[in-house]
Write a protein that binds this ligand. Structure first.
Ligand code: ATP
Ligand code: MG
Length: 346
């Protein structure tokens, strides 16, 4: 008769999870199941009691539209936890959702992706949040490492792998070889900075005030890093509040304008890539000539960004498959093959 080890027995009953606790989106992967949750990192609470009213998509719809007694907010900013309590409430809400609101007796093991620029104090805060939310054992993995694994790069080989993960709050650029990060840089510029740049541009040029959610939609529909072909003439209607008259107004906004608005944040991202390349040891640089750069994160979906980075660096640039899920898929692989990737954890 064969006995299960206690450890195996534990993992059989608990939903071990890999979590990408992102500034923009939280994605949860459950062992042997795959991705089970993908929600915006937004939580809405009752102001007086801090009781969670909604989290995820429902809470995101409330952003900027709540009455005084309800607070809808994004508890993570610039890739780190801005509000510890709200992050914990949100995480607990999502974990409960994954458990189908059932109480489980066995607490899960968790692997959480964290930005490479995280401080010890911030890392402690992430771990504490997860423990408070019901985890039994919490490991962290650097986001670019997870993104590289999730993008299918051969991180265990003695060869250079360059990954650029453009999230909502941060862009992480890292060079990985032999399951270790040889060089990494975390820039606090990502999709949110692009949204803010669009808000500012429209405010300056049209004296029109728009919300960040509207700016994000504009970015996703006509945003671009490079103007190619007839694309520059495409336009969308943008609604907001006229700063002079104070009444609602609609303007027509073109891709060429969006491109101009996005110049600055995009330049910061390209600078980050350039600095990483300058700091890459020559043998690994040599590998990059053929292998090229891999892009992950939602920002990788910005039209023309791959072509622009390729043009600026002279290297081939590939957008990973499902860029929004690279981090969670990589953390999920580390969960499924814990022994193989243990060194890649922090
Ligand atoms: N098609 C698109 N074009 C441009 N940007 C996009 C597109 N789709 C998503 N994004 C942007 O990607 C960002 C979210 O990406 P992602 O989910 O990878 O971030 P995150 O992991 O939550 O953030 P971080 O890694 O900084 O903590 C948002 O800013 C979103 O607007
Ligand atoms: Mg991310």
């Amino acid at each position: 008769m064969k006995f299960f080890s206690v450890r195996k027995l534990f993992s059989f009953f608990s939903n071990d999870m890999a979590i990408d606790l992102g500034t923009a989106n939280t994605v949860v992967y459950v062992r042997n199941k795959g991705i089970v949750l993908n929600e915006p990192s937004v939580v809405a609470v009752r102001a007086k009691t801090n009781k969670v009213l909604a989290a995820g998509k429902k809470a995101k719809e409330m952003l900027g539209k709540t009455p005084e007694d309800i607070i809808a907010s994004r508890p993570l900013r610039d890739g780190v936890i801005a509000d510890f309590e709200l992050t914990e409430s949100m995480l607990r809400h999502f974990i409960r959702q994954v458990h189908d609101n059932r109480k489980t007796l066995v607490h899960p093991r968790m692997i959480i992706g964290v930005p490479s620029g995280i401080t010890q104090v911030e890392k402690r805060a992430v771990k504490d949040s997860a423990m408070q939310a019901g985890a039994r054992e919490v490991h962290t993995i650097m986001e670019p490492m997870a993104a590289a694994i999730g993008a299918g790069l051969p991180v265990a080989d003695p060869s250079g792998n360059l990954i650029v993960d453009i999230g909502g709050g941060t862009t992480e650029v890292a060079v990985i070889s032999l399951k270790s990060i040889v060089y990494s840089q975390s820039i606090r510029v990502g999709g949110d900075a692009m949204d803010r740049a669009i808000v500012q541009y429209i405010k300056r040029k049209y004296k029109l005030l728009i919300g960040e959610r509207t700016a994000e939609k504009v970015k996703m529909t006509i945003g671009c890093a490079m103007l190619e072909g007839d694309y520059s003439k495409e336009s969308v209607d943008v609604k907001g509040r006229d700063l002079v008259s104070g009444v609602p107004k609609t303007i027509s906004f073109t891709a060429a304008e969006a491109n101009e608005a996005l110049l600055e944040p995009i330049a910061s991202i390209i600078d980050g890539v350039r600095v990483a390349l300058e700091n890459t040891p020559p043998e690994l640089s040599a590998d990059l000539v053929d292998q090229g750069i891999y892009m992950a994160g939602g920002g990788a979906l910005l039209r023309g960004l791959d072509s622009l980075i390729s043009k600026e660096t002279g290297l081939p640039v590939h957008v990973a498959e499902d860029p929004l899920f690279c981090v969670v898929k990589g953390a999920g692989m580390a969960l499924e093959h814990f022994d193989m990737y243990e060194e890649a954890l922090m």
